[in-house]
Design a protein around this ligand. Structure first.
Ligand code: ATP
Ligand code: FE
Length: 329
């Protein structure tokens, strides 16, 4: 069964194809993303422009994805599209497109949760079998979920201020390292001295599993004003952020008794974070290449999981939602 996945939650038009075999294994057959560039001149995403760009690009991205998979649209057996959370106008484009396609092809349609998509992106690399912990570190989220059973999400911790990716982006901008900040910080950090600028561990001594990046951001700002070198800022911040994320997650894994941790979202592309988790006692699972930041294949993987779990298709009346917490317990 070929499942088409569509994500237009923000400023990336993503279409992917996943193959679900009769034995229940999944394989990513295509993953095409058009990253909008019009927003760069404004220093942030302009929602109305994002919607219009999705409308203009989605046909072409679908064509590219089908070509990459070596399929025609008639081969698609199910369609999944993100219904939220995200920018409503942007979401609507992919959601309506997906619903229309499903109806025209007479195949089932599945509305997908964007964060569930980020988590299931890791299914490209390993069989995801609950129970596990899921750390979603992206541009808009820093959430730690316990997944005791398939499809059940318990919020264990979340950021109290900025998302991890947002902190990478803001500190990169401050240090003049460019956008997106994650890869820029990571690159600059390799040339920097992590001990040059002191970064204090956030929320030291907390009993819970929350996250916070405002203190690191302030430390970076003060050091920048005092003349710190951009690469030293990058190295110090990256090390502090990675240690904090890993330490908090490992503590939760111990308390919740989980051996597997899924790490996903754009920041999961970070090499230092991957290395730190790989060296830890938990079994860390990350999305495959190109599946960390927003994409359609992760939504197809979430659709595949829904189909495997025997979930009913979504009604075509399903709408787009800006705010949609994943945790249901
Ligand atoms: P959300 O999913 O919460 O709505 P989003 O979809 O905008 O947010 P993603 O596309 O998942 O977020 O991730 C983008 C973020 O990931 C950006 O903040 C970017 O800086 C960060 N990022 C990308 N690559 C890296 C990297 N190598 N190291 C650290 N951060 C990274
Ligand atoms: Fe995302």
């Amino acid at each position: 069964l070929y499942i088409l996945g569509i994500d237009t939650s923000c400023d990336d038009t993503g279409v992917g194809v996943v193959e679900l075999t009769p034995d229940g294994s999944v394989r990513v057959r295509a993953n095409r993303v058009w990253s909008q560039t019009v927003h760069a001149q404004y220093g942030g995403v302009m929602p109305e422009m994002a919607s219009r760009e999705h409308v203009e690009r989605i046909d072409a991205v679908l064509g590219d994805a089908l070509a990459e998979a070596g399929l025609t649209v008639g081969d698609i057996g199910a369609v999944a599209a993100t219904s939220g959370p995200g920018l409503v106008g942007a979401l609507l484009v992919g959601l309506m497109y997906g619903k229309g396609l499903a109806q025209a092809l007479d195949v089932p349609f599945y509305a997908a949760h964007h964060l569930e998509g980020h988590i299931f992106a890791a299914a490209s690399e390993a069989e995801l079998q609950a129970p596990y912990l899921a750390l979603v570190v992206s541009g808009g989220h820093t959430h730690l979920f316990d997944v005791p059973r398939e499809g059940e999400y318990v919020l264990v911790g979340a950021t109290r201020d900025d998302a991890a990716g947002e902190a990478f982006d803001k500190i990169a901008r401050l240090a003049g390292l460019g956008y997106p900040g994650g890869p820029a910080i990571s690159e600059a950090a390799r040339r920097g001295d992590p001990d040059a600028v002191p970064f204090k561990e956030p929320l030291q001594g907390q009993k819970g599993f929350d996250f916070s990046f405002s203190g690191l951001k302030t430390a970076a700002l003060l050091a920048h004003r005092a003349g710190a070198k951009p690469e030293d800022l990058a190295a110090g911040f990256e090390r502090a952020a990675v240690r904090f994320l890993v330490k908090t997650t490992l503590r939760a894994a111990q308390v919740y008794g989980r051996e597997t941790v899924v790490v996903s979202g754009g920041v999961a592309a970070n090499r230092a974070l991957r290395e730190a988790f790989a060296a830890s006692p938990v079994r860390a699972v990350f999305p495959g290449k190109g599946l960390n930041t927003d994409n359609g294949a992760m939504i197809a993987l979430a659709g595949a999981a829904a189909i495997r779990a025997g979930r009913e298709p979504s009604p075509l009346s399903e709408g787009a939602v800006a705010y949609a917490p994943l945790a249901n317990a």
